[in-house]
Design a protein around this ligand. Structure first.
Ligand code: DGY
Length: 328
């Protein structure tokens, strides 16, 4: 019987699925394990089921020992995992793509609406009991109908945000390293990143965090955006240079932003907290009861397959590895 280490309590059927397939060593609640407890939990297990905040590096792999066959991350993102270290040791890595696309796209579009229509600002005004009256020029935002939605990374989540944009009458453009298979269906035009930033009314980020995308949106890129444009980030905080974003929002070189993720999560840049033209939510992209259960169940299926020496449903391609059917 394999042993699974599960670093936070999982919802849905995942716990019983894992228990039926092996011995489960699990954190009993949803709180984060501190590093020492995490290293102790993984010692001697075949598969570690990890959260996006668990750093999986040589230290953790050493603590787990030579019997570790796989790391099943309960997230689509895997920037917490040192893929090269896993590849060197022949450890399979899996993630949870697909099942969170709609929930994350809903949240991203919620931020589009909240930021372009100044919902956070309006809410604060009323809650702070500040005086207000309806007026022709009072708290105006910008229309979505006819506006250009620029998606950076038209994959599973990005394409669903685009679909929502289409329903609101937006024109869709995207930037990415390759032509997207979703583009034709969405009537989306591919532009290079600079042109996308210069022409979009709303820019929504959907790229994984890697060395290539770290600070992809920096002061220079923000400087290309229209003064009426809105930036939404539900990907990873470090895709945006947060200090440069504070400056752009403060100087109103862009109109607004909606952020679900932060560069030094859970810390939020103090400059953002002072600004009215940014909507801030605490990494809620996949945070629905149904989606979290689906993520946990997919992670359990991945872990069980790896422990059994089978091809997991959604493997992550490791550096130097041949593509497998699960590559995305
Ligand atoms: C992920 O799965 O990577 C998301 O950020 C979770 O919300």
């Amino acid at each position: 019987m394999p042993t699974f280490a599960v670093t936070a309590a999982l919802p849905g059927r995942a716990p019983e699925m894992l228990a039926a397939a092996g011995e489960v060593r699990a954190r009993a609640d949803a709180e984060r394990l501190d590093r020492a407890d995490l290293l102790a939990l993984v010692e001697g297990v075949e598969v570690a089921v990890t959260m996006l905040y668990d750093r999986v590096d040589d230290e953790l792999l050493d603590a787990a020992g030579p019997g570790l066959r796989g790391v099943s991350n309960v997230a689509v993102g895997f920037d917490n995992i040192d893929l090269a270290a896993c590849a060197r040791r022949g450890i399979v890595v899996t993630n949870t793509p697909g099942v969170l696309d709609d929930a994350t796209a809903d949240l991203a579009f919620g931020l589009v609406l909240a930021a372009t229509r100044r919902l956070g600002e309006g809410e604060r005004l009323i809650r702070e009991r500040r005086p207000w009256r309806w007026g022709m020029g009072f708290m105006l935002g910008h229309d979505l109908r006819g506006a250009r939605l620029g998606i950076v990374g038209l994959g599973g989540i990005g394409s669903r945000v685009a679909r929502r944009g289409r329903a609101f009458g937006m024109e869709i453009a995207y930037a990415g390293r390759h032509d997207s298979p979703y583009a034709a269906h969405l009537g989306a035009t591919r532009l290079d990143l600079d042109e996308l930033l210069a022409t979009a009314d709303v820019v929504s980020l959907h790229v994984p965090l890697s060395a290539a995308t770290h600070h992809l949106i920096d002061a220079h890129e923000l400087g290309l955006m229209k003064p009426t444009a809105t930036l939404v980030n539900t990907a990873r905080g470090a895709v945006v240079d947060e200090a440069a974003l504070v400056e752009a929002l403060r100087e109103r070189t862009i109109a607004a932003a909606g952020l679900d993720v932060f560069e030094n999560e859970p810390e939020v840049h103090p400059g953002l907290l002072e600004l009215e033209n940014v909507v801030l939510v605490p990494h809620l992209g996949s945070a629905t009861v149904e989606t979290r259960a689906a993520m946990a169940e997919l992670a359990a299926r991945n872990a069980i397959a790896v422990a059994a020496g089978e091809e997991p449903p959604t493997p992550v391609k490791l550096p130097g590895a041949q593509p497998t059917r699960g590559d995305r």
